[in-house]
Design a protein around this ligand. Structure first.
Ligand code: ADP
Ligand code: MG
Length: 244
C-alpha cells in the first residue's frame, strides 16, 4: 500500500497499539460494551484529522482535512467536539465546520450515504476520515431472527466492501463502531473472511476490543491484526478528550 498516512488518537499507547495511529486505506472497527469509549474515540478522531500533519492530523497549510461523521444512534454531541477541539488547540467553530455530520435513519440510508461520498470528494472536499457510529445498529434492528441472518450478513459485507474501496481509492481512514454484549455470542458483526484479502487485496481491517478498566481507564485490545502482535493499550477519557 502506497502513501498510507496516520492520525493520532491523542493517546500514545493507543497509537502504538495501532502501529503509529489510525491508518488511511484501512478500516478500524472498535467493538465493545456500552460506555467503553467507542463514540468518544470517534469524536476525538473527527477533531484530530484536522490537526496539521506534524501534530498527528492530515491537514496541510492550505488544505484542512475534513471528517464525515455518520451517526446512526443519535449520540453525536457538538458540545463534546467543542471540548475536544479546545483540548487539541483547534478553534472549536472550525472544528465543527470541518466535520460533515450526517444522521443515517436506516441501513439503506447508511449504505447510500457511503455510496455518495465519492461525489462529495470530487466536488473538492478534502475528506480524509469517515466515522460510522455504529455500523451495525440499523442492520441488527432491521434483520431480526435467524432466518434473516444470512441476508443481513450479506448486505453488511457489501457495505464493508464499499467502505474498504472508499478507503483505498481516496486514501481515507475509516473508523466504525460496533456495540456488543459481554457474552461471546454477542460478538456479531464483521465476517473477516468476507472482507479479507481475497476481496480487496490492498485493504486492511483492524479490530479493537474496548472495555472499561480500573479507575475509570479504558482498555483496548487489538484482535487479529495481520501484522501486529495481539496486545493491549490503556487510555483514559478526560474532559479534553482521549489521553494516556
Ligand atoms: P460507547 O460509545 O462505547 O458506548 P462512549 O464513547 O459514549 O461509549 O463513552 C462514554 C463514556 O465516556 C462515559 O461513560 C464517560 O466515562 C466518558 N465521557 C464522556 N464524556 C466525557 C467528558 N466530558 N469527560 C470525561 N469523560 C467523559
Ligand atoms: Mg456509542
Amino acid at each position: 500500500r502506497k502513501n498510507v498516512e496516520r492520525i493520532t488518537t491523542s493517546s500514545h499507547a493507543l497509537d502504538d497499539l495501532l502501529g503509529g495511529g489510525l491508518e488511511t486505506q484501512s478500516l478500524v472497527e472498535a467493538f465493545g460494551e456500552f460506555g467503553s469509549g467507542k463514540t468518544q474515540l470517534g469524536h476525538q478522531l473527527a477533531v484530530n484529522i484536522q490537526l496539521p500533519k506534524e501534530k498527528g492530523g492530515l491537514s496541510e497549510p492550505d488544505k484542512v482535512a475534513q471528517a464525515v461523521y455518520i451517526d446512526t444512534e443519535g449520540t453525536f454531541r457538538p458540545e463534546r467536539i467543542i471540548q475536544i477541539a479546545k483540548g487539541s488547540q483547534i478553534d472549536p467553530d472550525s472544528a465543527l465546520r470541518n466535520i460533515l455530520f450526517i444522521r443515517a435513519y436506516n441501513s439503506d440510508h447508511q449504505i447510500n450515504i457511503v455510496k455518495r461520498l465519492p461525489s462529495l470528494i470530487h466536488e473538492g472536499r478534502n475528506i480524509r476520515l469517515l466515522v460510522i457510529d455504529s455500523i451495525t445498529a440499523h442492520f441488527r434492528a432491521e434483520y431480526v431472527g435467524r432466518s434473516n441472518l444470512a441476508e443481513r450478513q450479506q448486505r453488511l459485507n457489501q457495505h464493508l466492501r464499499d467502505l474498504l474501496k472508499l478507503a483505498t481509492v481516496y486514501n481515507i481512514a475509516v473508523y466504525v463502531t460496533n456495540q456488543v454484549m459481554a457474552k461471546p455470542e454477542g460478538f456479531f458483526a464483521i465476517d473477516q473472511q468476507a472482507v479479507g484479502g481475497h476481496v480487496l487485496a490492498h485493504a486492511i481491517t483492524y479490530r479493537i476490543f474496548m472495555r472499561k478498566g480500573k479507575d475509570r481507564t479504558r482498555i483496548a485490545r487489538l484482535i487479529d491484526a495481520p501484522h501486529l502482535p495481539e496486545r493491549e493499550a490503556i487510555f483514559r477519557i478526560t474532559e479534553e478528550g482521549i489521553r494516556d
